[in-house]
Design a protein around this ligand. Structure first.
Ligand SMILES: [Zn+2]
Length: 454
């Protein structure tokens, strides 16, 4: 059923169109500094090759497009991408139909992390996909100023089929940095490892990086005087939609006396949008993706306007996707960056599309409500519950645990009104109750602060 791939040395491409291999092999410079025309020409070529490869090899897309009456011969330009339907997360359940290679060509199986009890998705990778992943992370790390003189502490699981840990490891190796696979260890293990290896940068979830620093402080040591100079934050946002550091990120920079770099990535899109040293949004990667920002009806929104991030990850050979709906809301920053890169930047993710709350004509995301409070020492921990009122509007309840027992939390109303123009119902709970609820699914990784009962 599948033709063997052949490398066309004359044209420097694979015969099946498995494309970005020449970028992985550095036969092209990444498009970060290229002009608009060159970027568009190369990206169009890569996109058309990706589309052709996917429709030729994926039973899922071939059948879907046939049913929809889509002939890809009519897709000749990047803008024609809008003629293709959007791929949703739930479309990825049948890996067999999506797989584009002989199963023997799969060398690694990744699983998406299943938050809130959802079934994880299988992402099978070929060796070419692993090379793509390494290339992706090599460029991303280099963008945030990591080089071969750095020692990188990777505090993300390299096992349990997670993609992030292996991606950072492969990318760092490619960059010739020294890699410390600290993995899913405890705060004390990570701290000892930093001292032992003189690590200069940490890759990890912000709340974990905070725990490591706190462990040091609790043991009369100061993370600000450690060898760590860079914090590469994965998995959780570190900035609000105006690119202002969230309280936890500010606290981390102070605690470690280090710069924090925000990243955005997901297993399905197998790409990292990482901040450069100017630290104002994640640069797009035109040789690895086509990124679109779409409104509720699937139409593109102008740069600067918020919408759903839709990504076509180019060059994937195992389970390639076309126009994948990430469910994340953000916007594009078109202005040229001070670093000299010509690519647009992706602003911080403001929230998940399905978590969007409607409050008296205002839309707001639960994490925006919580981040207003998290910067205040009086706030200990909390979560948000939302349900439908009888009139179908959203009823938002904030469960807040406060640092002092005698605090009734009246100050929170003014804070919320001023910052997000939303004042939910507020219920004060004990610190123990809050911790129990927020960490119930996952003791080490992400906190669970939003419960949708709509
Ligand atoms: Zn930049």
């Amino acid at each position: 059923m599948h033709n063997m791939k052949q490398f066309d040395h004359q044209h420097n491409i694979y015969s099946d169109g498995s494309l970005v291999a020449d970028f992985f092999a550095k036969k092209h410079a990444p498009l970060q500094f290229a002009g608009e025309v060159e970027t568009k020409t190369v990206q169009t070529q890569l996109f058309l090759r990706h589309l052709n490869y996917t429709v030729t090899h994926s039973a899922f897309y071939r059948e879907w497009y046939r049913k929809e009456g889509i002939d890809i011969a009519g897709i000749t330009d990047l803008d024609d991408i809008r003629k293709l339907p959007l791929t949703r997360k739930q479309d990825l359940s049948d890996t067999g139909q999506l797989l584009c290679v002989d199963p023997r060509e799969i060398v690694d199986v990744c699983l998406t992390s299943a938050t809130s009890g959802a079934t994880p998705t299988i992402i099978p990778l070929t060796s070419s996909d692993l090379s793509r992943l390494a290339y992706n992370e090599e460029i991303a790390l280099a963008m945030s100023g990591v080089d071969e003189t750095d020692t990188l502490l990777v505090c993300a699981a390299l096992d349990r089929c997670f993609m992030a840990g292996i991606a950072y490891f492969l990318g760092g190796v490619k960059l010739k940095a020294q890699m410390v696979r600290s993995g899913a260890g405890s705060a004390s293990q990570h701290w000892e490892m930093i001292k032992f290896t003189h690590a200069t940068a940490i890759v990890g979830v912000p709340s974990l990086i905070h725990k490591i620093g706190q462990y040091a402080l609790d043991n009369q040591e100061d993370p600000a005087h450690s060898t760590i100079k860079k914090l590469i934050a994965i998995g959780e946002p570190t900035k609000d939609e105006n690119l202002t550091l969230l309280p936890i990120a500010r606290e981390l920079e102070r605690m470690w006396n280090a710069n924090i770099y925000s990243t955005y990535a997901s297993s399905e899109i197998a790409t990292t949008f990482c901040e450069c040293e100017a630290r104002c949004g994640g640069h797009l990667r035109p040789e690895l993706n086509v990124v679109e920002i779409l409104d509720h009806d699937g139409a593109p929104v102008p740069d600067g306007e918020k919408g759903e991030v839709v990504v076509t990850p180019l060059g994937v050979t195992g389970m390639p996707l076309i126009r994948f709906k990430t469910g994340d809301i953000s916007y594009l920053i078109p202005e040229k960056c001070s670093c000299g890169r010509t690519t647009k930047r992706l602003a911080p993710i403001v929230g998940r599309k399905k978590q969007m709350l409607k409050y008296k004509g205002t839309t707001v995301f639960p994490n925006a409500i919580l981040s207003v409070l998290e910067g205040d020492a009086r706030f200990y921990n909390g979560y948000i519950e939302v349900m439908k009122n009888d009139d179908q509007t959203d009823r938002i309840i904030l469960y807040a645990a406060l640092t002092r027992d005698d605090d009734q939390g009246d100050w929170m109303r003014d804070r919320l009104r001023a910052n997000v123009r939303v004042v939910p119902e507020i219920r004060i709970i004990t610190r123990e109750t809050a911790d129990k609820k927020v960490f119930q699914f996952n003791k080490k990784r992400k906190r669970m602060t939003f419960f949708d009962l709509r």
